[in-house]
Structure formats: structure tokens, C-alpha cells
Design a protein around this ligand. Structure first.
Ligand code: GLA
Length: 384
């Protein structure tokens, strides 16, 4: 049974009638371009087949009843009182999107809803961005309003900044709202231009969840952002996207070793994103090898210069990179745990999955989860 079917069934069971709307928003995997989005740089994520779905039906009053399949929980609140701190923590992301829409003057009715998904929670695959985007899709449909996919993504980012308090960049929500099947998205996080990069035939994306859950990621993330801003200021650029290797070397004695390495990661990572997008789009052979090498280099830079990897991610990436048919692997997302990603030859995927899981479990004592995915379409809503 698909997650969508589970959510629809639960709705009928719980509310004894059929939903009127069902919205869907996918998670994302970032192929390359890590921690570059808040430096106005480039990223290359893809929406994945795993998604959050919400089925709903408007009510005549202002009550919202929200049932979570994943948290085995139900909550009720008034659409006019969305930031009540006593409500369950899991409901904060959905409420944030409703809050954003109301702040923008949209008139929302009360509604009954069931929400559920198959994006592992807290694994770095943007389950929270997907919840924000799916609730924006639903809220807009309930209000009879429309917004571009890009504006939905930017609204989701504002929910993170203003309602959740997480100073994230734009990547996750852009990928969830704007994903295209079979394509990665080359996003310029300054101009917000999006170029679709067709995934080459013959390669699969494998997501490897280390089962190590991220700790202290929020404070480390905010600190990296501050370090990047400090480095940009010393380098005399608006954002590290504008810095060059030459400029960095020229300013080396004015930068602490930490700021030097943070800036070096961002500068080289932006170059790797461009090289990967070009390589994936190239029609002659060797493109996947070039892309894979960029992924390997990205991991080393995140581990050594940006210092956001961890033991489990390093073990997973090393095991993956050693397999036949693996073009390249790296950690993906904010880091400190969560998932790694690999580009693997289609014909070698089965053997890759069979080898990597047990080797990782043996080394770490953790039970990993491996998912083979295609790049998927972005969010949407339909009447049912
Ligand atoms: C998290 C943030 C993104 C991005 C990545 C790191 O996923 O939400 O905006 O900064 O970390 O690349």
C-alpha cells in the first residue's frame, strides 16, 4: 500500500467520510553543493520518491483537527490560535505554514486532516521542508489561492526562519516544491534561477541512512553561517559566492585557520557543483566519472575544511566509494549524522546495496537503511 493510500484510508476511518483534497510534497537529496545555499552559492539537489501526503476536508467552523500517522498522535486547535506553545511539538511545522498564509492575508477555514509520509524523520532528507511545503499546498487550496512553486518554497523558508527558528538556506524547500522527475536542479541561490539537469541514463541515486541521528546540528549550523559571514567580511565580498581562490590566498594571514578552511570549502564546492552539472549533462562518456570524483572531493572538503561530517558518515562514504560501480559518494544535507548519497552504475546497484549495508553494520554496530531512488516531481495538490 502506498503512503498516499494509507493517508486516504486513515482519513476515511477517522472522520467517517472522504477527504476533498490531497497534497503531496517530496523530500530531497542533495547530489552536491553542501552549505553553499546560505552563501548565495550553487546547489544540485533532486526531489526524491519519498514524500509527505496530507488528506483534508474543510469544516464550517474554525477548528483544525490534525492526525499524524507517523507520530501516532492527534491534535486540535483553532485556526486563529496557531502558536499555542502547549500543542504537540510535531504539529509545529504544519502550523507554521498555516501561520505564514494567515500573515499574508489568506482566509483559511478550519479543516480535518491526516498527514503522513515515508521520508525518514531527522535523517537529513528534508522531511520538515516537505511538511512545510505540503501544508502550504493544502492551505492555498483551502483558501482558493495560488502561488508559484518558487514562492511556495520561499514561504517555507520563512516558516523555518520566523516560526521554527532555524536559519536554513533555500535549497530544501526549492527542491521539494520545484522538483522535476528524472532531473536534478541546478539552483543559483542568489538569483534563484533553476536549471534542470537530466540525470544520465545508467546511473542510480542511492541514499544511505547511517542511522546515526544528528545531535547539536542546529547550533553547529548557525555557527557555520556566522563563520561564513565573518570570512566574507574579511575578504571584502558580499557573500562567499563572490570569493575566489586567489582572493582567499591573498587574504590568508588575515583569516584564522578555521575561517580560511570554511571559505575554502565554499569556494571549491561552488566550482564542484558547476563541474558536476556540466558532467551530468555531457553526452559523451566519462561524465559520470567526473561527477563521481566531484562527489568524493566534496566529502573530503566537508570532512576536513567544513568539519560537518562524523565517524559514521565517513565510514559509510569510504565503504561506498570502495565498491565496484560506485562513481562517487559523499555525505548529504547539513551533516553530523543522517544520510550519505552515492551515484552508482545501474547494473551494479543490487550488489552495491547488498555489500554496503552489512559492511557498515559490522563496522559501526548500527543498522543502516539504503534507498535506491530516481529524481521525482515536486509538490502538488489534487481534488479527490
Ligand atoms: C540543511 C539546510 C539547507 C542547507 C543544507 C546544507 O539541509 O536546511 O538549507 O544549508 O543543510 O547544505
Amino acid at each position: 500500500m502506498t503512503v498516499r493510500d494509507t493517508v486516504l484510508d486513515r482519513f476515511r476511518e477517522h472522520f467517517d467520510e472522504a477527504p476533498a483534497l490531497v497534497a503531496r510534497a517530496p523530500g530531497r537529496v542533495n547530489l552536491i553543493g553542501e552549505h553553499t545555499d546560505y552563501n548565495d552559492g550553487f546547489v544540485l539537489p533532486a526531489a526524491i520518491e519519498r514524500a509527505v501526503h496530507v488528506a483534508a476536508r474543510p469544516r464550517d467552523d474554525s477548528t483544525v483537527t490534525l492526525v499524524s500517522v507517523d507520530f501516532h498522535s492527534e491534535t486540535q486547535f483553532s485556526i486563529d490560535d496557531l502558536d499555542d506553545p502547549d500543542l504537540p511539538a510535531w504539529s509545529k511545522y504544519p502550523r507554521g505554514s498555516l501561520w505564514w498564509l494567515q500573515n499574508r492575508g489568506h482566509i483559511l477555514p478550519g479543516f480535518d486532516a491526516v498527514i503522513g509520509g515515508d521520508i525518514p524523520i531527522g535523517a537529513g532528507l528534508s522531511s520538515s521542508a516537505a511538511v512545510e511545503v505540503v501544508m502550504l499546498e493544502l492551505g492555498l487550496a483551502l483558501a482558493g489561492a495560488e502561488m508559484s512553486q518558487q514562492d511556495k518554497a520561499l514561504a517555507g523558508v520563512e516558516v523555518e526562519h520566523q516560526f521554527i527558528g532555524m536559519p536554513c538556506g533555500v535549497m530544501d524547500q526549492m527542491a521539494s516544491a520545484m522538483g522535476v522527475a528524472q532531473h536534478a536542479l541546478l539552483i543559483d541561490c542568489r538569483s534563484l534561477d533553476v536549471r534542470q539537469v537530466k540525470m544520465p541514463a545508467g546511473a542510480s541515486i542511492v541514499i544511505m541512512d547511517t542511522a546515526k541521528r544528528r545531535g547539536l546540528v542546529d547550533s553547529a549550523y548557525a555557527r557555520r553561517r556566522e563563520e561564513c559571514e565573518a570570512a566574507a567580511e574579511i575578504l571584502g565580498v558580499e557573500a562567499l559566492r563572490d570569493a575566489t581562490r586567489e582572493g582567499l590566498e591573498a587574504a590568508r594571514d588575515r583569516l584564522s585557520s578555521v575561517l580560511y578552511r570554511r571559505a575554502r570549502h565554499i569556494i571549491t564546492e561552488n566550482l564542484r557543483v558547476q563541474a558536476t552539472a556540466l558532467a551530468l549533462g555531457s553526452t559523451h562518456g566519462g561524465g559520470l566519472k567526473t561527477a563521481g570524483q566531484a562527489l568524493r572531493d566534496s566529502h573530503a572538503s566537508l570532512r576536513d575544511d567544513y568539519e560537518v561530517s562524523c565517524y559514521e558518515l565517513d565510514v559509510m562514504v569510504d565503504i561506498a566509494n570502495a565498491q565496484a560501480g560506485c562513481y562517487g559518494a559523499r555525505m548529504t544535507g547539513a551533516g553530523f549524522g543522517g544520510c550519505a548519497v552515492a551515484l552508482v552504475d545501474e547494473g551494479a546497484v543490487e550488489a552495491f546495496v547488498a555489500a554496503v549495508g552489512p559492511a557498515y553494520a559490522e563496522k559501526t554496530g548500527l543498522e543502516p537503511h539504503l534507498y535506491v531512488t530516481q529524481a521525482a516531481a515536486g509538490s502538488g495538490v489534487e481534488r479527490v
